[in-house]
Design a protein around this ligand. Structure first.
Ligand code: PLP
Length: 471
């Protein structure tokens, strides 16, 4: 070890010394003792590691009392922060699975806060004064919106698919088209979920074409179910053929076989009315005669994470009675959020204007362009010569494995700062108190304004100001 390192190591004080300093100054108040000790120890450990690694300490005052206290305070504040925190989504991906998919409307969040901080009639029938069902609060409205006879909800759609298959086809066969054996991000694959449920997958047709005769030819005594899966995250074009749900239901009726449809991202709104590519709605799927329909609560529906199952009463009765249900049970906060979100769907225009996911998907390009202009103006106000910002026209994505071909014209703001790489900006924005998640493109840090909320425009500008003030 060279003498310089040795001298630095000697200067590094012990934990007790820094605690003593801390107690005199108390840079952060009311810090639990154990957390304080842990933060100071890790601060000193980090310095020791840096010294041993031969890091240059241009100025030995780095190990002075004030500096040590400052570093300890930083470490304490970091530990006091929540790991799960709000971020600004400037990716333009509306249903961003890594960023929490859908945002709840304010009114919905308020209802969740009330239900979760008070007692509620979660499983208590107020009319009868006895134990009630956990799903009853959303069953009626789900039936009202979907036209189905019965409904229930579980933790997420993967759970809904698993539970439905386990109930209806365990130890039996399920016929699925090869063109619909989807994999969703996060290792959800239809063949694997099927295997875990105890149902046997019978693949029919070819990747690009499946005909009614393929379904009919695969029926055996062991057949329990036809399954159709919405190819939500990819699209097949060219020489393709699939059997419509209606035709499959008719075939099922002939052989007394139920038909299940996994919609993936379920929606009650026909998005083609708003200029987007048509996706089958839940109502249409129920009307086409599917016996069981499963979909997510937090994709295009814009509600909380949940798996919704609607369909025929006799089949839903069986699913509700499955003991595995208990392991996939939906929480009261989720139920409160789901019921409040579903209420908004009673008035479609209200749903589209108040549910953030729907609002962002249908946002007029002029409104997005205005947001970009406002951010640009904020940047100009910072009067930082090194910072250059431009407006870029681009495309946002729906995300959540829905509408993969949909291009949503949008406006982005691209930023460069003289002397800093786009990578540096990107990292600094991710590490900010309220992180800003964007992307790097042509050496610019690019923010898509479609998914940036109005009140976040000022926040982004302040974050830039604070982060790069004298960088
Ligand atoms: C997203 C998706 C699922 C899984 O839904 P989660 O709510 O993420 O559990 C299942 N099937 C399809 C077709 C999907 O698109």
């Amino acid at each position: 070890m060279d003498p310089k390192q040795q001298s630095l190591l000697r200067k590094l004080p012990g934990v007790d010394h820094v605690i003593e300093l801390w107690d005199k100054v108390q840079p952060v108040e009311d810090v639990p003792r154990a957390l304080l000790v842990r933060s100071i120890r890790s601060t000193l450990d980090r310095l020791r590691t840096r010294i041993l690694a031969g890091d240059e300490f241009p100025d030995e005052t780095v190990l002075g009392d004030d500096q040590l206290l400052g570093l300890a305070a930083q470490a304490v504040n970091k530990s006091l922060e929540f790991n799960l925190k709000r971020v600004i989504n400037a990716t333009g991906v509306v249903v961003h699975t890594n960023l929490g998919r859908s945002l709840l409307p304010e009114s919905v969040a308020k209802h969740v806060a009330e239900i979760s901080s008070r007692y509620a009639n979660l499983e208590f029938d107020l009319q009868k004064g006895e134990r009630g069902s956990r799903y009853s609060c959303v069953e009626d409205i789900l039936c009202e919106l979907s036209g189905a006879e019965a409904a229930m909800v579980v933790n997420n759609n993967a759970g809904a698919v698993f539970l439905s298959l386990e109930t209806l086809a365990k130890g039996k066969e399920v016929i699925v088209s090869r063109g619909e054996l989807v994999e969703i991000g996060g290792s959800f694959r239809i063949p694997e979920v099927m295997a875990r449920s105890g149902a046997r997958l019978v693949e029919i047709g070819t990747t690009n074409r499946t005909h009614l005769a393929d379904y009919e030819g695969a029926i055996r005594d062991e057949t329990a179910l036809f399954l159709k899966v919405h190819t939500s995250n990819y699209s097949m074009v060219g020489f393709t053929a699939e059997v419509s749900l209606k035709d499959l239901v008719a075939l099922g009726a002939k052989y007394h076989l139920p038909v299940m449809k996994d919609l993936g991202s379920g929606n009650f709104v026909d998005f083609s009315k708003y200029g987007l590519i048509w996706e089958p709605t839940v109502q249409e799927t129920v009307a086409a005669g599917a016996h069981v329909v499963t979909f997510s609560g937090d994709k295009m529906l814009g509600g909380p994470q949940a798996g919704i199952i609607v369909g025929r009463k006799d089949i839903l009765e069986r699913i509700k009675k499955n003991p595995i249900n208990r392991a996939l049970r939906i929480d009261k906060m989720t139920l409160a959020a789901l019921e409040a979100t579903l209420h908004l769907y009673r008035d479609e225009s209200k749903a589209v204007s108040t549910i953030p996911t729907l609002r962002m998907l249908t946002l007029p390009t002029k409104v997005i362009a205005n947001k970009a202009k406002r951010l640009l103006k904020r940047f100009r106000k910072l009067a930082d010569d090194r910072l250059e910002a431009v407006i870029i026209n681009a495309s946002s994505r729906v995300g959540g494995g829905a509408l993969p071909l949909q291009e949503l014209p949008t406006s982005c703001v691209g930023v460069m700062i003289k002397g800093l790489s786009a990578n540096r900006i990107d990292r600094a924005m991710r590490e900010a108190t309220t992180p800003v998640i964007g992307r790097i493109e042509n050496d610019l840090f690019v923010m898509d304004m479609r998914t940036v909320q109005d009140e976040e425009i000022n926040m982004i500008a302040s974050t830039f100001k604070k982060t790069f003030a004298e960088a």
